[in-house]
Design a protein around this ligand. Structure first.
Ligand code: SF4
Length: 181
């Protein structure tokens, strides 16, 4: 499936917008790692796909650059309070489900970057010292990769709004493997 077909598939699946970009145009800000350490999402240290267990900032950057292209996918939600977890959580789960559907239909080769850290198991197997239950399906979020989402959205000509009434989520499918990667 080529890039144009992937964009069409994303729109058909219900994403509000989708666009392609070169992974080399992504901006990685290592300082974002301190935001993860503040643990506002509660997943720091208790999820294989989140810092510090997901890998160093440089390892995460290299994981992304292993692929040449990224399909950026956006959903927009009518959520009155962007801090209301009761509404935010199911919206994120739906966005991640759609992202996985797209990757499955695209053939499954590539890297998924989700909205929020992996929530395939509750709790993550790391909390009981077991290995990851779905290593092929687990995904890290944009923050874990230190991706500057505002710049990414700007590059894709997409709005990045989180205000009362409009909450925007992004995910990514990195594909087109580098031969030397
Ligand atoms: S698949 Fe399950 S065990 Fe693996 S990182 Fe995700 S939540 Fe944790």
């Amino acid at each position: 499936m080529n890039g144009k077909e992937l964009v069409k598939l994303a729109l058909d699946l219900g994403f509000s917008d989708a666009a392609l970009m070169d992974t080399e145009d992504l901006v990685f800000l290592p300082n974002f790692r301190t935001l993860c350490e503040e643990n506002m999402c509660g997943k720091y240290g208790v999820n294989y796909a989140c810092p510090p267990d997901c890998g160093t900032v440089e390892e995460m950057r290299r994981k992304v650059l292993h692929w040449r292209q990224a399909l950026v996918m956006q959903t927009m939600w009518d959520i009155a309070d962007p801090l209301d977890n009761g509404e935010i959580k199911p919206a994120k789960a739906q966005h991640n489900k759609m992202t996985r559907q797209l990757i499955d239909r695209a053939g499954g080769q590539g890297l998924m970057i989700g909205v929020s850290g992996c929530s395939l198991c509750d709790p993550c197997a790391i909390t009981t010292g077991e290995p990851c239950r779905f290593p092929e399906l687990q995904y890290s979020c944009m923050s874990a990769y230190c991706i500057f989402v505002n710049k990414m959205a700007e590059h894709c000509h997409m709005d990045h709004k989180c205000v009362p009434g409009i909450t925007t989520f992004f995910s990514m499918y990195c594909f087109d493997e580098r031969e030397d990667g």
